[in-house]
Design a protein around this ligand. Structure first.
Ligand SMILES: [Zn+2]
Length: 78
């Protein structure tokens, strides 16, 4: 029997996305707005954080801040 096979689906995970116009989140690492800039296609990392197997909250990071923070929720998925 594979133990904790079900539980592992509910781990925190990170995805990498282009920052969109109107984005109002603050970066968890540097505390600054994750801001859209017209000609610069910055990416952000959005993390769904699970606590004890339940979805808890979402955290946003600038892509470079996420790397600086040492990938707290693992390698981001595109
Ligand atoms: Zn940041």
């Amino acid at each position: 029997m594979a133990k904790s096979a079900v539980k592992s689906q509910w781990k925190s995970r990170a995805v990498s996305r282009l920052i969109e116009a109107g984005e109002m989140s603050e970066c968890e690492h540097c505390g600054e707005r994750v801001k859209f800039r017209a000609r610069e296609h910055y990416r952000q990392v959005i993390c769904n954080v699970y606590v004890d197997g339940r979805w808890d909250h979402v955290e946003h990071f600038h892509e470079h801040c996420y790397t600086e923070a040492d990938l707290p929720f693992g390698e981001p998925i595109d």
